[in-house]
Design a protein around this ligand. Structure first.
Ligand SMILES: Nc1ncnc2c1ncn2[C@@H]1O[C@H](COP(=O)(O)OP(=O)(O)OP(=O)(O)O)[C@@H](O)[C@H]1O
Ligand SMILES: [Mg+2]
Length: 261
């Protein structure tokens, strides 16, 4: 027997939701008395379900109707959680990009982010003006919401990011920096759009370097052609972005021209 003391809060095991075919999450347990009126319901079945939920019996001890009762309950919870994530996304996405829908590649990236964030490379979406970089990035954030996993995200244009981080009397810009730097998924739009100053280079470097060191996934967009990234962002930032990002190159004409009345 191990003599290591484990606090009771860490001794609790979760149910094996994968065995039930339910996406991971923290869901409330079903009311076992509902099984009495469910298809195939019985008092003995409710007792077995209760034992399973208390970790006193394995899933194998349940009859098929009992497994189905538990499975249906957790699938309903998972769907409710997914709808909440999508509603949260829709409340935050700028109106122009609310119709952005993920491609299969964007959905695969999102799945990787929620299951394996430390091993998922960031995205650097590049392309000329109006080719759809911001649209693509929001579609990726929607894909994360559609997984139903509660992954935090924040979106800033580089200009708004600098405005949020600029030291001001009465505001703790270092605390703001830490909150932004530690966001699960950080989207920074239009990197390199503004002329670099010593201060913006330092802030961008600290932010990118923090995400780089912590292996945290992000989404970055830039109009700057790859060959000019070093000049536009500085050597240290460009070098880290190159290593930590998958590049998504968008081509074509400025879509805004086609939309002009
Ligand atoms: N795949 C798409 N389907 C439909 N509309 C799109 C798509 N991609 C972009 N758009 C639309 O085209 C316009 C330009 O897209 P967006 O703003 O994403 O371009 P951008 O590359 O970010 O431009 P900029 O470099 O100026 O920031 C927007 O109105 C956007 O909604
Ligand atoms: Mg844009």
């Amino acid at each position: 027997m191990s003599d290591k003391w484990i606090p009771p809060s860490q001794q609790r095991r979760g149910l094996d939701l994968a065995a039930l075919g339910v996406p991971p999450g923290r869901y409330v347990h079903p009311d076992v008395t509902d099984f009495l009126v469910a298809p195939g319901g019985s008092r003995e079945g409710a007792t077995r379900i209760d034992a399973y939920l208390r970790h006193e019996a394995d899933l194998d001890n349940l009859q098929p109707a009992e497994v189905e009762f538990v499975r249906r309950h957790f699938l309903k919870c998972a769907e409710e959680q997914r709808q909440k994530c999508i509603a949260h996304f829709e409340s935050k996405v700028p109106r122009r990009y609310s119709s952005a829908r993920p491609t299969a590649i964007a959905s695969a990236w999102a799945q990787s982010v929620v299951t394996n964030p430390d091993d998922t490379r960031s995205l650097l979406i590049v392309g000329p003006t109006g080719t759809g970089k911001t649209h693509y990035a929001y579609a990726v954030l929607r894909a994360i919401a559609e997984t139903g996993r509660t992954t935090g995200w924040a979106a800033y244009t580089a200009a708004d990011l600098y405005a949020a981080l600029r030291p001001r009397t009465g505001r703790d810009s270092e605390a703001t920096f830490e909150t932004i730097a530690d966001t699960d998924v950080l989207f920074v739009d239009d990197l390199g759009a503004a002329k670099l100053t010593e201060w913006t280079e330092e802030v961008t470097y600290r932010l990118i370097n923090h995400r780089y060191e912590q292996c945290r996934p992000g989404i970055f967009t830039s109009n700057v052609p790859p060959t000019q990234l070093r000049d536009a962002l500085g050597e240290r930032i460009a070098s880290r972005l190159t290593e930590m990002c998958e590049r998504v190159a968008l081509k074509g004409d400025d879509r805004r021209k086609g939309m002009a009345a």
